[in-house]
Design a protein around this ligand. Structure first.
Ligand SMILES: *[C@@H]1O[C@H](CO)[C@@H](O)[C@H](O)[C@H]1NC(C)=O
Ligand SMILES: *[C@@H]1O[C@H](CO)[C@@H](O)[C@H](O)[C@H]1NC(C)=O
Ligand SMILES: *[C@@H]1O[C@H](CO)[C@@H](O)[C@H](O)[C@H]1NC(C)=O
Ligand SMILES: *[C@@H]1O[C@H](CO)[C@@H](O)[C@H](O)[C@H]1NC(C)=O
Ligand SMILES: *[C@@H]1O[C@H](CO)[C@@H](O)[C@H](O)[C@H]1NC(C)=O
Ligand SMILES: *[C@@H]1O[C@H](CO)[C@@H](O)[C@H](O)[C@H]1NC(C)=O
Ligand SMILES: *[C@@H]1O[C@H](CO)[C@@H](O)[C@H](O)[C@H]1NC(C)=O
Ligand SMILES: *[C@@H]1O[C@H](CO)[C@@H](O)[C@H](O)[C@H]1NC(C)=O
Length: 345
């Protein structure tokens, strides 16, 4: 059975009810949001209208919105399908397309088992929420769908993401400003852009990300792999970041730091940079679709510091010699013969 959810769907302040131990089924919420379907025995699917003009108000920019709910647990085998193609096709800019599931100030949140498909923009965004557990979810959208990030995180701490599959064509996870103590384990990521810290520091903003551990993940045909990107002239830092136990299957740009990231336009004079330090890439192996397996493009203003490349064992799909490009990086490598000479003395 399918439930069509035409409206923006907002849930707030269930704190009181939930701490009293009541369990809700998100699919039941879907039924109520519709207002016409029977809201019992809903098993299966929540879908958006196939044509965006049938949405009651897609300009709200969030489809299903959870705010100020403490202890929310979403656990089930259901599917939420945003049927986003009516948004992607006319090349509507990202700022005019809704996020599929948004969580704001939802401490002690868990999201388990669900599948999210074809979001108009990003699938899941989490903001100002602490103590978050995400497990066994699947997020998919076509490889060429625009800006359909898997999970975007900002201003949140203690976020554990385990045993997930994300293939959306864009970032599997993007860790934005205020992401602290983030643990991503056993993610099957691709196609898409890999796991990114950033982009940070846009328009001179102060942004910070720290204590990030990405372990035992696979990047399958991603355009980037382990990635950190910061805008020129930003402030703040990205530090204490580890990517380890990463398997690459035909990934392009598997290891990449770009401290001078510019989405559109050109970089003019650079006066500051988001400082990048204490970043370890360890035990990264497999194949790269491009010849350049490591690119650490850091700013001459701050340099990247304490960068470690260890046990890097990446071959290129076409059998060419692996190349690296490093500028303004201090650090060390071991058991990473392909990147000898990357670091500044
Ligand atoms: C969506 O609806 C609008 C307005 O009714 C219509 O003009 C357009 O052709 C529809 N698009 C598709 C793909 O059906
Ligand atoms: C999720 O639901 C399944 C099936 O009902 C149950 O076995 C499991 O314990 C639940 N997990 C959590 C963390 O609540
Ligand atoms: C949130 O979880 C923490 C750790 O499990 C627990 O100590 C705390 O009481 C929970 N807070 C609420 C409001 O449920
Ligand atoms: C960055 O996150 C911090 C911590 O949550 C917050 O105080 C600050 O306002 C955020 N900065 C921007 C530019 O959003
Ligand atoms: C990662 O994989 C290695 C090798 O298979 C295993 O020893 C380790 O326990 C795993 N770590 C996590 C956090 O799953
Ligand atoms: C990699 O992705 C392709 C399809 O994109 C899939 O057929 C293959 O099974 C995946 N490999 C692994 C190891 O997951
Ligand atoms: C570097 O980062 C790791 C991992 O987050 C952390 O354990 C370690 O203490 C950090 N080192 C320094 C010198 O801050
Ligand atoms: C060097 O790297 C290879 C490939 O990743 C690994 O098999 C080997 O154990 C590493 N040796 C040391 C001394 O870390």
């Amino acid at each position: 059975m399918e439930t069509i959810l035409r409206a923006l769907f907002l849930l707030t302040s269930l704190y009181f009810v939930l701490v009293n131990g009541q369990v809700y089924d998100v699919l039941d919420f879907g039924a109520k949001g519709d207002g016409t379907s029977d809201d019992s025995e809903i098993n299966g699917k929540i879908v958006a209208p196939i044509n965006k003009s049938a949405w009651s108000n897609y300009k709200k920019l969030i489809w299903i919105d959870f705010t100020d709910i403490i202890g929310l647990a979403i656990n089930g085998s259901g599917t939420i399908d945003g049927r986003g193609s009516s948004f992607w096709k006319p090349f509507l800019t990202a700022s005019r397309r809704p996020t599929q599931l948004h969580f704001e100030r939802c401490d002690n949140l868990s999201i388990i088992g669900i599948t999210s498909l074809n979001s108009p923009k990003n699938h899941i965004s989490i903001s100002q929420s602490n103590n978050v557990y995400i497990s066994r979810i699947k997020l998919f959208a076509p490889e060429d769908s625009p800006n359909t990030d898997g999970i975007d995180i900002s201003r949140s701490s203690v976020v554990n993401i385990v045993d997930t599959m994300i293939g959306t064509g864009d970032d599997c996870v993007a860790l934005n400003n205020g992401s602290v103590n983030i643990n991503i384990n056993r993610m099957n990521c691709g196609p898409g852009h890999g796991i990114s810290v950033g982009s940070l520091g846009r328009d001179g903003e102060k942004s910070t990300v720290e204590n990030v551990l990405v372990t035992n993940c696979t990047f399958n045909r991603t355009d980037n792999g382990a990635r950190i990107k910061t805008w020129p002239n930003g402030k703040g830092y990205a530090k204490n970041i580890i990517f380890k136990g990463i398997k690459l299957i035909e990934a392009k740009n598997p290891i990449i730091i770009n401290q001078k990231y510019v989405d559109k336009g050109r970089l003019n004079v650079e006066k500051s940079a988001v400082a990048i330090s204490n970043v370890t890439f360890r035990d990264i192996s497999g194949t790269s679709r491009g010849d350049e397996i490591v690119k650490l493009d850091c700013s001459e203003v701050t340099y990247c510091k304490d960068i470690v490349l260890e046990q890097i064992d990446i071959s290129t799909s076409d059998g060419n010699k692996p190349l690296f490009e490093c500028s303004n990086v201090y650090g060390k490598s071991s058991n990473a013969s392909a990147v000898q000479g990357c670091f500044a003395k």
